[in-house]
Design a protein around this ligand. Sequence first.
Ligand code: XBP
Ligand code: MG
Length: 255
Amino acid sequence: MPPALEAVIFDVDGTIADTERHGHRVAFNQAFERLGLPYRWGEEEYGRLLETPGGEQRLKAYLGAQGLAEEKAAGLAKDLHRLKQAIFVDLMRRGAAPLRAGIDRLLDELAAAGIRVAVATTAGRTWVGELLTTLLGAGRAARFEAVVTGEDVAIRKPGPEVYLIALDRLGCAAASAVAIEDSEVGVAAAKGAGLACLAVRNGYTLHHDFALADLVVEDIGGPGVPATVVANPHGIDVGPMVSVDTLRRLRAAAR
Ligand code: XBP
Ligand code: MG
């Protein structure tokens, strides 16, 4: 018999909340402006820049590509990123990074079923906790038993470390957990750690290769938003919304 579902580990950017297009991207641009730099990241260009996970790493790679020497790029990326994080928190408090449909519903269903939850993200500790509290309320945010961020790992996604640390902190075997991700690198990280993985696409990840995912949907489903299935390689019964039972079936079907 396959192991029971004990825990669900959520990615944050693009999965719990739509943070990138109107949140992080805008904050990066405001940071450039405040430091008097000529760079601005357009919506489409930012989609390509997202291939470098981690805001500071993204900045460093971009500045390097603009011709800055490595040491100069690293120092400027650090300063810009510190500033960008403060700007992002402010934008997020003003609603620039909305919760994705159905996340609050699913969290409540998981709690009612006694299934534990954690976070595994490439993003920074400075804002992740506050985003969870702002979008979900203090009660739901407190249910995340482990919040593992970019600062906790030596190698970011697509490396599996962030998931391995989350599993370790939960004291849960990979075979008893499901990950929810929105991107190709995120799915690779989760599968590399041995978890079953649900992919929830968003505007920036429509073109990603989700061949490793155990189920791909447009949304998990919430009031007025159906869980439109994009790929269902195990042929599981998804239902009108991704529910605890959907995730249990996913866990059982995944290899
Ligand atoms: C998220 C990221 C992050 C965010 C920005 O990836 O790569 O860098 O874009 O956040 P994932 P920070 O959803 O796969 O975890 O600036 O805090 O890094
Ligand atoms: Mg993501």
